[in-house]
Design a protein around this ligand. Structure first.
Ligand code: SF4
Length: 279
C-alpha cells in the first residue's frame, strides 16, 4: 500500500513532473482520449488499456481484448509517459473539476501500472475514476481503491449461467468483488452500468434482477444504461474475427427510454448514456 488514505483530495496542480514520476512499471495502452465529459465529472482524459478477462459477444472494442499489442492496436508506455500525457490537461481539470478515467479492456488486469499512474495523479489532486467489469482478483481491485473517487462497474447479466454464455465467465466472482467494494471504508462512489443488448439482457426479469443487486449497495449513486450499438463491428474483420451478433439491431430511442422508465418506476436513479451524452 502507498500509505495514501481516504482523506479529501486537495488540488495541487502544476507540480513539476520531475518531482513526481520515475515509477518502474509499464503498461499496454490502447489509446488515450481527451475532452470526455461523460466518464466522470468535468473534462476527463480517458486512458484505455489493453487486455480483458471477458469476451462479450457485443464488445465494441475487440481490439482491446488481447493483452499484447495486436495489429497496430496499442503501445507500451511508461508511467512517466502516461502521467505526462494526462497532465497536459491539468488546466482543464482545474477549471472543470475533471480528471482521469481509466478503462479498458479491463484496467484491473494491469494493477501495478494503474496504481502507479493513479498515485501520481492523486499527488497532483487529479480526480480519478475507473470503469471495470470487476472480473479480476480482489487484490488487484484493493490495490487501486485508495486513489479513486468513482468506480463504474459494468454488470453484463445478473444470471451466472447466462453471464458465462455471453461473456465467457460466471459472475460469482464479480458479484463477490462488488460486495467487497461496497463494504470498503474508503469514500469512493459506485455507478452501475448495464449494457442494454436487445434480446439478450433487456427483458424485465434481467433488468429487475440487476436492479435488486444495485439496491443492496450503500455506495451506489445511479444506474446507467449503455444501449447497444454496432460501431465496433468493422474492427472484427480487421482482426480476422467473427462478430456473433450480426443479426442484432441497435434499439430505437423510444425503446431505450421505455426501458429506462421501467427502471425508474422501481425507484432507481437511472441515466441513459449514448455515445458522448446522456438523456
Ligand atoms: S468487458 Fe468491455 S472490453 Fe471486455 S470484452 Fe466486454 S465489452 Fe469488450
Amino acid at each position: 500500500m502507498s500509505g495514501i488514505t481516504s482523506k479529501a483530495l486537495i488540488p495541487f496542480f502544476g507540480v513539476p513532473l520531475d518531482n513526481l514520476v520515475g515509477k518502474e512499471h509499464t503498461g499496454t495502452v490502447l489509446r488515450i482520449e481527451r475532452n470526455s465529459i461523460h466518464d466522470g465529472k468535468g473534462l476527463r482524459v480517458v486512458l484505455f488499456l489493453k487486455g480483458c478477462s471477458l469476451s462479450c459477444k457485443w464488445c465494441s472494442t475487440p481490439e482491446s481484448q488481447q493483452a499484447a499489442v495486436e495489429k497496430g492496436y496499442g503501445r507500451i508506455m511508461s508511467v512517466d509517459e502516461v502521467v505526462a500525457d494526462i497532465c497536459k490537461d491539468e488546466i482543464f481539470f482545474f477549471h472543470s473539476g475533471g480528471g482521469v478515467t481509466i478503462s479498458g479492456g479491463e484496467c484491473l488486469l494491469q494493477p501495478d501500472f494503474v496504481a502507479d499512474v493513479l498515485e501520481e495523479c492523486r499527488k497532483r489532486g487529479i480526480d480519478a475514476a475507473i470503469e471495470t467489469s470487476l472480473s479480476a482478483p480482489w487484490q488487484s481491485v484493493k490495490k487501486i481503491l485508495p486513489f479513486l473517487n468513482v468506480i463504474y462497474v459494468d454488470l453484463k447479466h445478473p444470471d451466472g449461467k447466462i453471464h458465462k454464455k455471453l461473456v465467457g465467465v460466471d459472475n460469482i466472482h464479480i458479484l463477490a468483488n462488488l460486495r467487497k467494494l461496497d463494504q470498503s471504508d474508503l469514500p469512493f462512489k459506485i455507478h452501475l452500468r448495464i449494457p442494454l443488448i436487445p434480446g439478450i439482457n433487456d427483458e424485465d426479469d434481467a433488468l429487475l434482477k440487476t436492479l435488486s443487486i444495485g439496491a443492496t449497495l450503500n455506495k451506489l449513486v445511479e444506474i446507467e444504461l449503455l444501449p447497444y450499438h454496432r460501431l465496433g463491428v468493422g474492427t472484427y474483420a480487421k482482426l480476422g474475427r467473427v462478430y456473433e451478433l450480426e443479426d442484432v439491431v441497435a434499439p430505437s430511442r423510444d425503446y431505450i427510454i421505455e426501458r429506462a422508465e421501467f427502471l425508474r418506476e422501481q425507484g432507481m436513479n437511472v441515466h441513459i448514456k449514448v455515445g458522448s451524452g446522456y438523456f
